[in-house]
Design a binder for this molecule. Structure first.
Ligand SMILES: [Zn+2]
Length: 135
């Protein structure tokens, strides 16, 4: 459990490390939702590891499992990543099956890692132009 001061310290630290894209309020919002099982020392280390990794794009990824959770003293509990509802063998945030569907044009980008609706996505307004362009 974090105190408000501890959460603010983490948020300010991350904003210093990632001044262009990790706003303190963004981190505070994430911490207010997720911090329960972790103590300050663990969360500070994990958050700094995450912020120092340029491939991690936002503070919300702090609570996804990854290398930033590899600590000198491993935490008793690591986060469990949500699975893709359509491909439960992949984590939702990194579903390679969704990526393949998107590349093939079979899944709109906004459904990466999310359940596809039963009805197909509507065709674009210029569908006929697009499909007849090559004929
Ligand atoms: Zn998927």
């Amino acid at each position: 459990m974090l105190t408000e001061r501890q959460a603010q310290l983490i948020a300010a630290t991350l904003e210093e490390l990632r001044p262009k894209d990790w706003r303190a309020q963004q981190t505070l919002d994430v911490l207010s939702v997720h911090h329960q099982p972790y103590d300050f020392k663990t969360l500070l280390q994990v958050a700094i590891n995450a912020a120092l990794n340029p491939s991690i794009k936002s503070p919300s990824s702090i609570f996804l499992d990854g290398k930033h959770w590899n600590l000198p003293e491993p935490p008793k509990q690591r986060p469990v990543n949500p699975k893709c509802p359509d491909h439960d063998w992949y984590d939702a945030h990194a579903c390679h099956a969704c990526d393949a569907d998107i590349r093939e044009g079979n899944r709109p980008e906004q459904f990466r890692g999310h359940k596809m609706p039963k009805t197909p996505a509507p065709r674009p307004a210029n569908w006929n132009e697009l499909t007849q362009a090559g004929t």
